[in-house]
Design a protein around this ligand. Structure first.
Ligand code: NDP
Length: 385
């Protein structure tokens, strides 16, 4: 029986992963090794009981007693804190879903990669912060990283066995998020509640706000570069309000292969779970006649300056990705906390990149995890409101 673990099980992606395991037969189909969460102890305990996990881990040590209580009599081990997350990632598993939000997903993801097996990666932050480290860890252990972000799963599927040499460019689509059609002058006053709604996808709050600002798309552009070793000028973004086409791969012979599907994360997670086979998934079939039309427009970089910043980050290389992600996370914390406005996030990230770009080592690829964490901390400090 395949052994699986889900990091960030209580979140939006994680819960979709749990749903697929449940529908496949739960403990009768998969041996669940570890399920992890943060503050949602009740949900974590319920999932761990249902899938009969070996261990359930909360990221927060002060919640260990609550988790123990919630798991009493279940036979599921309870653990808490960053070291417990690492130990959970060290337990051998064939398939690990990396679905913690933010740079907090980096260490568990890297640890899982060192064990071999498949890392199904939703946590784009780890590739943006430390792409070379992840690739090295995978090479050393023989692990395989599979994309779970829907756009990257779409590129992966559209590429198939094609030779990268024949790829002219890759297009990632973007719904445009909550403020796609807002007048620009209204954006500065946008509230957290307004930014936390998405026209098509049901996702965690942070990625939903990042969709409104297009920081999520900027992260995805960098993620695509890291994942597929694409030249930055070969990665395009196209606004596609219906979110039906997730990505397209255009070849030098003028042919373009697009990946289409309903906006449901269970497709990309399930594809990574069943890879290299395909198996039925609880995803609504596409009905293009009912949809009638699909629309597209070029992204407006006045509205979404994060897209320009992504290009600058890729041009800079080295630690720019780690600084970009950490500054973006800090700016997002400050927006959610009411300390800065919606349109102040991008200038704050840009100022942080500028401030740190002069420091020694900024342009060097990360030598190790400590280097990445050092730049992450420096960027958060610089970006804080
Ligand atoms: P959510 O906010 O819904 O869930 C995040 C998960 O991480 C929860 O299990 C949460 O626990 C846990 N968590 C939060 N903080 C920490 C921490 N410091 N240490 C350990 N665990 C923590 O996020 P999403 O599911 O939306 O996103 C997860 C990842 O997947 C992100 O990297 C995102 O960019 C990516 N992604 C998401 C998509 C989506 O559809 N949502 C699509 C593609 C990619 P708890 O809730 O219990 O506190």
């Amino acid at each position: 029986m395949r052994r699986i673990s889900i990091f960030g099980a209580t979140g939006s992606v994680g819960a979709n992963g749990v749903d697929l395991i449940r529908r496949a037969g739960g403990p009768a189909a998969y041996q669940t090794v570890a399920l992890t969460g943060g503050r949602n102890i009740a949900r974590l305990a319920q999932m761990a009981r249902e899938l009969q996990a070996e261990v359930a881990v909360t990221a927060h040590p002060e919640l260990l007693d609550d988790l123990r209580d919630a798991l009493a009599g279940s036979g599921v081990e309870a653990a808490a804190g960053p070291q417990a997350l690492v130990e959970a990632a060290q337990r051998p598993a064939d398939w690990v879903l990396s679905a913690i939000v933010g740079a907090a997903g980096l260490v568990p993801g890297l640890t899982a990669l060192a064990q071999g097996g498949i890392l199904a990666l939703a946590n784009k932050e780890s590739l943006v912060c430390a792409g070379p480290l992840l690739r090295r860890a995978a090479k050393a252990s023989g692990a395989r990283i599979l994309p779970v972000d829907s756009e990257h799963s779409a590129i992966f599927q559209a590429l198939g066995q094609e030779n990268l040499e024949s790829v002219q460019d890759v297009t990632i689509t973007a719904s445009g998020g909550a403020f796609r059609d807002w007048p620009l002058e209204r954006l500065a006053a946008a509230t957290v509640a307004e930014a936390s709604t998405h026209p098509n996808w049901a996702m965690g709050q942070r990625i939903t706000i990042d969709s409104a600002s297009m920081f999520n798309k900027a992260m995805e552009v960098i993620e695509a570069r890291e994942f597929f070793s694409l030249r930055p000028d070969r990665i395009r973004v196209l606004v596609h309000p219906e979110s039906i086409i997730h990505a397209m791969v255009s070849h030098v012979d003028g042919g373009t292969i697009a990946h289409l599907g309903a906006p449901d994360m269970r497709h990309a997670i399930g594809y990574a779970l069943n890879w290299p086979r395909r198996a039925p998934l609880p995803v609504a079939p596409l009905d293009l006649a009912a949809l009638g039309s699909l629309t597209f427009r070029a992204p407006d970089e006045n509205r979404w300056p994060a897209l320009r910043l992504a290009r600058e980050v890729m041009a800079a290389g080295g630690m720019a990705g780690a600084v970009f992600n950490a500054a973006k996370e800090q700016a997002l914390d400050d927006f959610i906390g009411g300390r800065i406005g919606f349109t102040a996030m991008a200038p704050r990230v840009e100022m942080t990149l500028q401030a740190l770009s002069g420091r020694a080592g900024f342009g060097d690829d990360p030598a190790d995890l400590d280097t990445v964490l050092h730049w992450d901390r420096a960027a958060r400090k610089e970006a804080a409101a």
